[in-house]
Design a protein around this ligand. Structure first.
Ligand code: EAX
Length: 330
């Protein structure tokens, strides 16, 4: 009798344990967080932090798996479509192709719009930045916060570029971004839009002579192996990276999780920007040790003058007052 009771109790305990484990597995969910860059890029240092914090703050209910290096699409435009359709949960993307989804975001792509990182934070963390993020909702995208790509610099395989005249006729890749394309055309170069996933091979095969990106992208993609021997610190445009979420997936979350995702995305945004900025000098030194010639004394004014016509070119879509509200922010 005792034996029967004992076995009965043991199987009941086992059932309860299995039951709660099963119930718990039913509560946990796994989300996909995509990006176009390798794991050691600050995007993914931020993404790792975000995933860890969300897991901790939901007691393991929400797991986030990272998919770097265009694993979920040929480039950021394709992955943003995945966000709209709910096939991808989260994405860190440059503003490159995003103007095709939320046109107002292109206002951040004008050359020499920002003075420095302090100016960037002032605008992106203020009402102007919040409005630009909220505009994505019309495209079925929830833009949670601004993470960072960084100030972009020109690189090439032909010669050291100190002033805009040195870059004349260079065939370079740009993001799929109308403002960037117009700026480089105005500067006398020969720009061609291309998804990031195609650039390394195009550089190696000399289909293009150069490209422009922040230090972290150049470093994490090892562009010194794609004949990019000349790196000019042009800082011709600041590149923000909205941290995007599928709107339908966001809205399906319980309210407290929505609040948690927003709060954690903003928090990690500050952390991610700092990681990016603090690592730039070290990465430049490593690039020099890999045979890259870094041109520091660039005549930026020559680029600024040569690109300035784009402000008039797009003034109907981006009126002077809106541009000045950003430029004059203090
Ligand atoms: O977001 O396409 C680009 O040049 C971007 O800077 C890159 O994908 C990282």
């Amino acid at each position: 009798m005792m034996k029967v009771c004992f076995h009965g109790l043991a199987s009941l305990m086992a059932l309860l344990l299995v039951g709660s484990a099963w119930a718990q597995s039913q509560d946990t969910r796994t989300m996909k967080l995509a990006s176009a860059v390798p794991m050691d890029h600050p995007y993914n240092i931020g993404a790792r932090k975000f995933a860890d914090l969300i897991k901790e703050r939901t007691n393991g209910r929400i797991e986030i798996k990272l998919y770097p290096s265009n694993q979920l699409g040929k480039g950021e435009r394709e992955m943003t479509e995945g966000i709209q359709q709910g096939a991808i949960d989260l994405l860190v993307s440059s503003t490159g192709p995003l103007g095709g989804f939320s046109p107002s975001i292109n206002i951040l792509d004008f050359p020499f719009l920002f003075r420095d990182f302090t100016h960037v934070d002032l605008v992106l963390d203020g009402p102007i930045g919040r409005k630009l993020l909220d505009d994505f909702e019309k495209a079925q995208i929830k833009a949670l916060a601004f993470w960072e790509n960084g100030f972009r610099h020109l690189t090439n395989n032909r010669e050291p570029v100190k002033k805009v005249g040195d870059a004349k006729g260079l065939k370079i890749r740009t993001m799929e971004n109308k403002v960037h394309l117009a700026a480089w055309k105005a500067a006398g170069l020969n720009p061609t839009p291309m998804a990031w996933g195609e650039v390394f091979t195009a550089l190696q095969q000399k289909v293009i002579d150069g490209q422009e990106n922040p230090i972290a992208v150049f470093h994490s993609s090892k562009l010194w192996d794609a004949a990019q021997k000349h790196f000019s610190l042009t800082a011709h445009v600041y590149s923000p990276s909205p941290f995007l979420m599928s709107k339908m997936i966001f809205e399906a979350l319980p309210k407290e999780d929505q609040t948690l995702f927003l709060k954690t995305a903003l928090e990690v945004g500050k952390f991610q920007r700092k990681v990016n900025r603090d690592a730039e000098e070290t990465k430049l030194r490593e690039m020099v040790s890999r045979g890259v010639q870094v041109v520091r004394d660039v005549d930026r004014e020559s680029f600024k003058r040569a690109m300035s016509s784009v402000y008039d070119q797009f003034s109907s879509q981006f009126p002077k007052a809106e541009i000045e509200a950003i430029m004059n922010a203090k």
